[in-house]
Structure formats: C-alpha cells, structure tokens
Design a protein around this ligand. Structure first.
Ligand SMILES: Cc1cc2nc3c(=O)[nH]c(=O)nc-3n(C[C@H](O)[C@H](O)[C@H](O)COP(=O)(O)OP(=O)(O)OC[C@H]3O[C@@H](n4cnc5c(N)ncnc54)[C@H](O)[C@@H]3O)c2cc1C
Length: 212
C-alpha cells in the first residue's frame, strides 16, 4: 500500500517525498532519469530570499530556517554557505527600487543593508564604479546543486520512501479511487494521491487530466 506517488525526482519532488516520509506517509518517488539530474542538479545553486515577491517571503523564510540545519535534514552540508547576496544598482532609479524593496520587506526579517556608493566601494572594491549602490542580504547564500538535490531523495529513502529511478511515467489514469501510474519499464504503482513534480514537463503530465 502506498499513500502518495511523487512524480519527478528533482528538488521539488524529492523534498516533498522527504517531508511526507517524515510524517509517516508511505511514499513512492518515481524519476525518469536519476534524481537531481535535470534543473535541480545543474543550476547556479543560489539560495536566496532577496528579490523575491512579497507573497513568496513567508515560505522563503520557512525554507531559510530549514536550510540552517541542512545536515540534520539530508545528512550532508551540500557545500551550503551563507556567503551573502549583493544586488547592484547601476542607476539612481535602480537604487531607489532597492530602497523601496528594503522598505516593503522590513517586517520579514531579511536584514537587508543598503550600501551607498562610497560604502560599497570600501566594502567590495572589486565592484569598481559600475554600481551607484547596492543591497546586501548577508544571510543569503549558495549550495552545490549536484550534491544537494540527490541527497534529498536519499534522505527520503532512508525514511522509508521507495525511490524508482530510470522509471519514466508514460500513462496515468484515475479509477475514481486511486491513481494508476504506469512506467516504460513495466513498473505499475497505485495510490490515492499523486504529486505532479515533473518540473518543465509538469504540463505534459497535467495534460493527461485536461489541465495543460
Ligand atoms: C540555468 C539555471 C539556473 C538556475 N539557478 C537557480 C538558482 O541559482 N537558484 C535557484 O533556487 N534556482 C535556480 N534555478 C531554478 C531551479 O533549478 C529550478 O526551479 C528547480 O530545479 C526546479 O526543480 P523541479 O524539481 O521542479 O524540476 P527538475 O529538477 O527538472 O525535476 C523534475 C524531474 O521530473 C522528471 N520527470 C519529468 N517527466 C517525467 C516522467 N514522465 N516520468 C518520470 N519522471 C519525470 C525529470 O526527469 C526531472 O528529474 C535555475 C535553473 C536553471 C535552468
């Protein structure tokens, strides 16, 4: 018996599988290639809150707290470093936009520091004269996506999730009780819940239910 099938082993699917497994749900994570081998494993690794729209910030702050103890969550540090993110303003209009963003987000705890030209030059001389000012979020940072994304899937597996790699989902039906999920390698899974975490391919999956 499976409670939930997670389709897609990127960071979205693998972290959903991990959270469900933590809550005692029986989870199957199904990945066409290898977990973390697509966008989640090959991106720039930025882990940031600065610049996100206001409506995303409560969730970003919760994620920020989880990342503070990445080894506790996934068993490795994933080369995660809170190195700081510097957003540069190349015009006075840009700097006014950074000031407005800092004002709007004051209650969210991002700790943004606005640096005018002289202070920016003093603290970050390599910027040169290209910027008139900047906004620093000292607690934003980066991680190694090649390490972090597969580690989420392995952590889910350690908590009991079944992880199927090289298992491309080719057909899904709903029989009014359960999702019936068929893979190219002959694997057949069924569960009352299906999470569509197929990244750039999620629309193709959703199209099978008339929601492209
Ligand atoms: C160049 C680049 C730079 C980026 N930089 C950053 C950054 O600095 N910071 C940041 O936060 N984000 C960044 N991103 C965005 C980030 O990488 C993505 O938002 C994130 O990886 C999406 O995760 P995902 O799990 O939705 O998708 P994916 O990692 O693509 O996972 C989806 C998975 O679904 C699987 N799948 C699809 N169809 C099927 C099927 N039919 N059967 C089985 N499996 C299937 C795929 O094989 C894939 O592994 C960047 C992205 C790119 C491309």
């Amino acid at each position: 018996m499976i409670d939930a099938i997670v389709l897609g082993g990127g960071i979205v699917g693998a972290s959903a599988a991990l959270m469900l497994a933590q809550k005692g749900q029986r989870v199957a994570l199904v990945e066409r290639d290898f977990c973390g081998s697509h966008s989640s494993g090959v991106n720039y690794g930025g882990v940031r809150r600065q610049g996100r729209p206001l409506h995303q910030l409560p969730l970003s702050q919760r994620a920020h707290q989880l990342w503070a103890d990445l080894p506790g969550l996934i068993g490795i540090d994933g080369e995660y470093v809170r190195s700081g993110h510097l957003k540069l303003a190349r015009s006075h209009a840009d700097f006014a936009a950074l000031q407005a963003y800092a004002e709007q987000t004051r209650g969210f705890g991002l700790g943004l520091q606005l640096l005018e030209h002289a202070e920016l030059r003093a603290r970050f001389p390599w910027v040169g004269d290209i910027a008139v000012g900047a906004s620093l979020c000292a607690e934003d940072g980066h991680a190694n996506p090649r390490l972090v994304s597969p580690a989420f899937a392995r952590a889910a597996q350690r908590l009991g999730a079944s992880v199927y790699e090289q298992a491309e989902v080719i057909r899904i039906e709903h029989d009014s009780h359960q999702f019936q999920v068929h893979c190219a390698n002959g694997l057949h899974l069924q569960a009352p819940w299906l999470l569509n975490c197929a990244g750039a391919w999620a629309g193709t999956v959703a199209a099978q239910f008339g929601e492209p």
